[in-house]
Design a binder for this molecule. Structure first.
Ligand SMILES: Cc1ncc(COP(=O)(O)O)c(C=O)c1O
Length: 384
C-alpha cells in the first residue's frame, strides 16, 4: 500500500504539528557524516525517510548502515567497470572470520532470499517435498510452487510456535526442511536444545533430508537458551544456515546474504548461482558492515528498547503480542488485519503484509523510538 505521502501532513493528522516533526535521522549527525559526498548520499536517505511514510513493513534497519559502508561503496565506483568475481573471496573471508568458519563454508547470495531459492531448487524434487511452517517466511514455499514441487506447510501450535513435532513427522521423505529461527512473522525463537533435538529426530528418521535453518534475525536474539545452528555444519553436512545483511546490518538495498554449510552441500547450490550475481558494491558493503562490530550492540539495544515500548503499548491497549526476539512484533488485533494495514497506510504508517491463516494479526517492524512513538498514535486512532 505505498502511496505518495508527506510526513508533515501525517504529523498534522496525528496532532503532533511541528513540535514532533522528525529532523534528519539521528544517525546522520551521530555518525559524523558531514560534508562531501557522504553527506550528499545520506541527505538523500534522510529526505526519503523524512518525506515518506513511517516504514514498519519490511523489518529493515531504521538507522541506516554504518559510515564505513557508505565510504566503501562510494570508493567502489572507481572500479565499477570491472566484473566483481575476483573480489568475492575477501567478503567470503570476512564472513567466515565473523562466524568462526572457513571461506569454503561460505556461499554468497543476492540477499539470503537467493539462498532460500537455491535450496529449494537444489534439494527438492517432484518426489522430495519441502516442509515449512505456516505461517513462516513464505519464499521457499512460493518457489517450490512455481517449480511445481510438493510442499507440506505445518500450522503453528496454539502458542504460535513452530510445531517441531509435526514438522519432524512430515519430514520423512522430504528434500528440504525449512526452519526459520527466530520465525518470521512471530519473532518466536527456539533454544539450542530444541533445535538440536529437532535436527536429530529428522535425520534419524530420514538421513537424506537437508535442513535449512534461516537465521535472518539471529543478531537480535537475547534469549540465553538460543544458540546459532552454525556449529553443527562442521559435523553435519545435511544442515546449513542462511543469514543476511538486510536486517541488523542495514543494507537491504545492497542485496547481500549468505549460506554457511559444508562445502559439498554448498556446491549443490553454488552451481545454480548466477555468475557475477553479487555486485562489487554489495561485496565491499558487506566487508565494511562487518568492520564495526561495536555498532551491533547499539543496534541491538535500540531495537530492544523500541520493541519493549511497542509491546507494552499494544499490551496495555488490550492486544496480545507474541514475545519477540527479532526486530518486529506480531500483534493479535482481534479484527481484520488487512483493513488495519490499509487504514494505517492512509495515515502514513506502513505495517507488514497479512500472513494467512493469521488474518487477525498484524506484524509491526520496529523503527526508531521516535517513529514508534508516532506510529502508536496512528494505531490508537485506527483501533479506535
Ligand atoms: C526470515 C527471512 N529470511 C530471509 C529473508 C530474505 O531477506 P534478504 O533476501 O533481504 O536477505 C527475509 C526477509 O525479510 C526473512 O524475513
Amino acid at each position: 500500500m505505498s502511496q505518495p505521502f508527506d510526513r508533515r501532513s501525517f504529523l498534522r493528522t496525528v496532532g503532533l504539528g511541528s513540535a514532533g516533526a522528525l529532523s534528519l535521522p539521528a544517525w546522520i549527525n551521530a555518525r559524523g557524516l558531514e560534508g562531501g559526498t557522504a553527506a550528499e548520499v545520506t541527505a538523500i536517505a534522510a529526505a526519503a525517510r523524512r518525506n515518506g511514510p513511517i516504514k514498519l513493513d519490511s523489518n529493515e534497519n531504521p538507522n541506516g548502515p554504518v559510515p564505513a559502508v557508505i565510504r566503501e561503496v562510494q570508493r567502489q565506483f572507481g572500479v565499477a567497470s570491472l566484473y566483481p568475481a575476483r573480489s568475492e573471496q575477501p567478503v567470503r573471508d570476512a564472513i567466515a572470520k565473523a562466524n568462526g568458519v572457513s571461506g569454503a563454508q561460505v556461499m554468497l547470495g543476492c540477499g539470503s532470499g537467493e539462498v532460500l531459492r537455491l535450496a529449494v531448487q537444489a534439494f527438492c524434487s517432484p518426489s522430495r517435498h519441502l516442509v515449512t511452517a505456516l505461517p513462516s517466511f513464505e519464499s521457499p514455499a512460493q518457489y517450490a510452487r512455481v517449480l511445481g514441487l510438493p510442499v507440506k506447510e505445518i500450522p503453528l501450535d496454539a502458542q504460535l510456535r513452530i510445531d517441531l513435532e509435526a514438522m519432524a513427522r512430515e519430514a520423512r521423505g522430504a528434500g528440504l526442511v525449512f526452519l526459520c529461527n527466530p520465525n518470521n512473522p512471530t519473532g518466536h525463537v527456539y533454544g539450542e536444545r530444541e533445535v538440536r533435538g529437532f535436527i536429530d529426530t529428522v535425520l534419524r528418521a530420514d538421513p537424506e533430508v537437508v535442513i535449512l535453518v534461516d537465521e535472518a534475525y539471529h543478531e537480535f536474539v537475547d534469549d540465553r537458551a538460543y544458540a546459532s545452528a552454525v556449529p553443527l555444519i562442521a559435523t553435519q553436512p545435511r544442515v546449513f544456515v542462511s543469514r543476511t545483511f538486510s536486517k541488523i546490518y542495514g543494507i537491504a538495498g545492497m542485496r547481500l546474504g549468505y549460506a554457511l554449510g559444508a562445502p559439498a552441500t554448498l556446491t549443490r547450490m553454488e552451481r545454480l548461482r548466477l555468475p557475477n550475481g553479487i555486485s562489487g558494491h554489495a561485496q565491499v558493503a558487506g566487508i565494511a558492515a562487518l568492520s564495526e562490530p561495536a555498532q551491533l550492540a547499539k543496534e541491538q539495544r535500540a531495537n530492544r528498547e523500541a520493541r519493549a515500548f511497542t509491546t507494552k503499548w499494544f499490551t496495555d491497549a488490550g492486544y496480545a503480542v507474541v514475545p519477540s526476539q527479532a526486530n518486529f512484533v506480531l500483534v493479535h488485533l482481534k479484527r481484520d488485519s488487512a483493513a488495519f494495514r490499509d487504514a494505517c497506510a492512509s495515515k502514513g504508517v506502513l505495517v507488514g503484509r497479512v500472513f494467512p491463516p493469521l488474518t487477525q494479526h498484524t506484524r509491526v517492524s520496529i523503527g526508531t523510538m521516535a517513529e514508534m512513538q508516532q506510529a502508536v498514535q496512528v494505531f490508537k486512532q485506527v483501533l479506535g
